[in-house]
Design a protein around this ligand. Structure first.
Ligand SMILES: Cc1ncc(COP(=O)(O)O)c(C=O)c1O
Length: 477
């Protein structure tokens, strides 16, 4: 075997060991948390003048893998994505292997057709019969593109003239919405102060009456509302805003309605999820991140738009003849509706995974997520040591530990989460609900079982009991 092939085989052995495709290494750590100074020593970061050997390179890969948070691990509940999706992983490797860019059919013939096919499929699932879309680098950027489209629909002249003669533009999103709207407002010259944060109810859903009040107030103040953003799956609570009620208000005031389904959008693939997204077909655009609940490796995000032609018409027409040629395949040049020039083939991994699991497979995977979250919720509800902070609408379960050692409960929960991370046994994130620290358990990996969730709570209780005994400071020593 020649050296290159040997290297590749060794890489695949490392991959196999790392992601534990055989699911045998259940005693492995999800994370080996090291402070930056220690990690720097482990990683041998500097670049040498003379390069190195493949043997050394593979040692570096091993130490890199040992330092990574293993997001494929069955105890990783930290983020809105998790797990290992083998068909998608194959797609990721083939994308790197074939290294091309999505701008023209000429250099990405098969990928362009695959992207068109999946955009059509996704549009038809969400009810955009005359829709279009594009893959882009994340849900935040999909939200940005939606805001850009809304701004330019309301004020097409901004494209050439800029914002100089434009009224104050306003955007409406719930107080639970993702921070990407604030960033988007900043980038687009709308200004983050002009995002009106609409009150949400106890479950974290936007209150439609509060939305209408805010729009009315904005109009009376002489401002120009350009976008209402509903969220399907809020980042902390996994809450779903009532799209149909919000859509009626957006229609009444002729405002672009965007639905941010970056986190929860994928649940539209099962019946329960479809109900949560009721009214989606009335939206003007929809963010959908397959890299979250469809378990496609990052990045894999799409923006779907209801009306064909919107994306290209928003872009500035430039002299791009050096790249977009007037040939027979020009209608397949997807770069004309993207703000990127070079663009990775992110669709191949999604296509392979969807081919492999099929619609039914993905439906079952979404149902499994709901069932795992339901199981975790019941565990919290039935244990007097835990408090469920908000009844979950979907797959994020926010709770806290009720300590009885006299220490502050928020401090205790922060220490508990950190202690659990330092144990390396389970990883879960936290955020704030009001002023309360909330541990947020996310069921994003349908390949885990109830037993893994039992294990998670056992690991959590073990650390909590330790803190109960030795106190927060004791744990930090
Ligand atoms: C509701 C919501 N919208 C948008 C985003 C941003 O998505 P991305 O991380 O793909 O940029 C997130 C990420 O967590 C999210 O939860």
């Amino acid at each position: 075997m020649n050296e290159n092939r040997q290297v590749l085989f060794r890489v695949f052995e490392l991959i196999d060991r790392y992601c534990d495709l055989s699911k045998e290494a259940s005693d492995s750590q999800v994370v080996d948390p090291l402070p930056p100074e220690l990690l720097k020593n482990r990683l041998d970061l500097s670049i040498s003048e003379n390069g190195t050997t493949y043997d050394n390179l593979l040692e570096l890969v091993e130490s890199y893998l040992a330092s990574c948070v293993n997001t494929t691990h069955r105890q990783f509940f930290n983020q809105l994505y998790a797990g290992m999706n083998l068909p998608a992983f194959i797609g990721e490797i083939i994308t790197a292997l074939t290294n091309t860019s999505m701008y023209t059919y000429e250099v990405a013939p098969a990928a362009s057709l695959i992207e068109m096919e999946l955009i059509d499929k996704m549009c038809s699932i969400v009810g955009f019969d005359n829709g279009e879309g594009t893959f882009l680098t994340g849900g935040s950027n999909a939200n940005l593109m939606a805001m850009f489209s809304a701004r330019n629909r309301a004020f097409p002249e901004v494209k050439q003239k800029g914002m100089r003669n434009i009224d104050v533009l306003t955007v409406f999103a719930s107080d639970q919405s993702h921070y990407s709207f604030d960033t988007g407002a900043n980038l687009l010259g709308i200004g983050s102060d002009n995002i009106r944060k609409i009150r949400s109810d106890k479950l974290g859903r936007m209150i439609p009456e509060a939305l209408e009040e805010a729009i009315d107030k904005s109009i009376k103040a002489g401002e120009k509302p350009v976008l209402v953003a509903a969220t399907s799956g809020t980042t902390m609570l996994g809450a779903f805003d009532p799209i149909d009620e919000i859509a009626s208000i957006a229609e009444k005031y002729d405002i672009w309605l965007h639905v941010d389904g970056a986190f929860g959008g994928s649940v539209v693939l099962c019946d329960k999820g479809k109900k949560l997204l009721k009214g989606l077909e009335s939206a003007d655009s929809f963010t959908w991140d397959p890299h979250k609940l469809m378990n496609i490796p990052l990045m894999c995000s799409a923006l779907l738009v209801k009306k064909k032609g919107t994306l290209a018409s928003n872009l500035t027409t430039l002299d791009t003849k050096y790249i977009f040629h007037e040939n027979d395949t020009r209608f397949y040049d997807l770069g004309k509706s993207s703000i990127q020039c070079g663009r990775r083939v992110d669709v191949l991994k999604l296509w392979l995974a969807w081919k492999y699991f099929g619609d039914k497979g993905y439906k079952r995977r979404m149902e499994k997520l709901f069932s795992l979250a339901g199981y975790a919720t019941r565990k919290v509800e039935s244990d007097s040591r835990l408090e469920l902070l908000v009844p979950p609408q979907s797959i994020a379960v926010c709770f806290r530990y009720i300590n009885e050692n006299g220490e502050d409960t928020d401090e205790f929960n922060l220490a508990l989460r950190e202690g659990l991370m330092k144990s390396g046994k389970s990883l879960v994130n936290y955020g704030y609900l009001g002023k309360k620290v909330a541990i947020r358990f996310v069921a994003a990996n349908p390949d885990v079982d109830y037993g893994d969730i039992d294990q998670f709570f056992n690991n959590l209780f073990y650390v909590a009991e330790q803190i109960d005994k030795i106190g927060i400071e004791g744990l930090r020593d």
